[in-house]
Design a protein around this ligand. Sequence first.
Ligand SMILES: Nc1ncnc2c1ncn2[C@@H]1O[C@H](COP(=O)(O)OP(=O)(O)OP(=O)(O)O)[C@@H](O)[C@H]1O
Length: 492
Amino acid sequence: MEKLVIVRFGELTVKRGYTRLEMERLLTRAAEEAARECGGAKFEKEPGRLYARGDVECLKKALSRVFGVKSVSPAHAAEFTELSDIATHAKQIWGDLVTGRRFAVRAHRVGDHPFKSLDVAAAVGSALATSGGSVDLEKPEVELYVEVRGKRAYYYTEVLEGPGGLPLGSEGKVLALVSGGIDSPVAAWMLMRRGAHVDVFYCNLGGTLALLHALEVVRRLLSWSYGYNARVVVADCGPVARALRRGVKEELWNIAFKRALYKIGAEAAKRVKATALVTGESLGQVSSQTLQALAAVEAGIGTPVLRPLIGMDKDEIVKIAQRIGTYEASVKMPEYCAVFSRKPRKWARREEIEEIDLALHDAIAEVANSARMVKKRELEEFVKSLSPPRDLEIDAPPSDAVVVDLRDEEAYRGWHLPGAIRTDVDDVLTLVDRLGRDKTYVFYCYSGGLSLDVAESLRKIGIKAYSLRLWRTSSPNQTRDSTSQTDKYTDL
Ligand SMILES: Nc1ncnc2c1ncn2[C@@H]1O[C@H](COP(=O)(O)OP(=O)(O)OP(=O)(O)O)[C@@H](O)[C@H]1O
């Protein structure tokens, strides 16, 4: 008797002809890459399924993450000549397991045999009853599955659900705009599940630490990308934030920034030959996700924008993020606040969109041209090459530090840390020059992304600067957790 893993195909089994062959080829290729995590496997093909031989415990987990797979079962397999052989094998495998327990045998049969599935269940049930177990088909403590296919029978108790969907690569290529937050990795995963090769675009506004956080989310997302060496396009979006603060009305910053993202994303999509962009927007979640705002953001972009989460509730999205393993990293992602506007508009007129495009034109071109591209298999090396400044984030300012609030005047008037002075981000250098480059500076903002970026920039020119970890501790509404984003129309 040998041990193996049964890998059952999902939707692709309704496909026919060349499409079916191609999908099976892609799924097998992805399964082979997944199996490498377990030291490899020997695969055997059968219509509608694969059998994998190797480290069964490891393989069952890895193969249940391959798109196109409906379910996976670690199983014993053995050839038989007569029905009594199946009963004998079942007793060898499960004799100890059923002792003193209520069990049910679920039998299934494919091929020509002189017996029916019910006969298999009855024979196995009687054999196991002699081991001290009792049959209970309604409320069993343990369910035993026997699948008879041709000359072989498979015995298993575990059925692990796979992701379903279609094999990766069967449905073209898209570029997912991934912020590192909760939603966009889920949106990207959903396109992977429907068979698209997904490349990733990330626009960084928070310095090296934010980039590292985002890349951790991306790494987790791409751990699903078996069989495809996905590309990750990383852009430094600082020039866009600066152009926007200089040339766009504050109430339109949200719409303008998203529009810039789409435009840079559309350029990156051309570079990686992706047919569409994917975003994590869900209708009405925040002010830039109203219908009018979405229309303003995507007007004339020239590349289709797919929004697989558009009709989903936040808690549904969170559940998927938890299941696919991106959630934990996403909630640690600092929200950018370099383009935070207190009263964001939910719409923009056509002339305003034209003004935005004019104001951001050069910055968008600069960012698009300087974006870097890294392949999934080089991501680890790339991450190692990034060296974030040490101890950039602190929990409390040193007593001699100058504490600087980077939020707007209204927020500062409402509340600020004792002794903090306020400045606009674009005036930070002027402030530092006025107060002295030899002092220690501690910055805070709405959510941490901007203060990290400012502190890191100052460190680069030799100034002792820190970002206060205020945004993770002061108020749950200032983190990227699920509750903060369910507040309708509040862009953090
Ligand atoms: N810095 C970024 N880099 C790449 N894409 C981004 C970035 N910020 C936002 N996006 C894209 O724009 C979409 C809308 O952004 P917004 O901040 O309104 O979304 P969100 O609902 O908070 O999504 P997420 O949870 O993914 O951040 C995101 O879902 C994502 O697809």
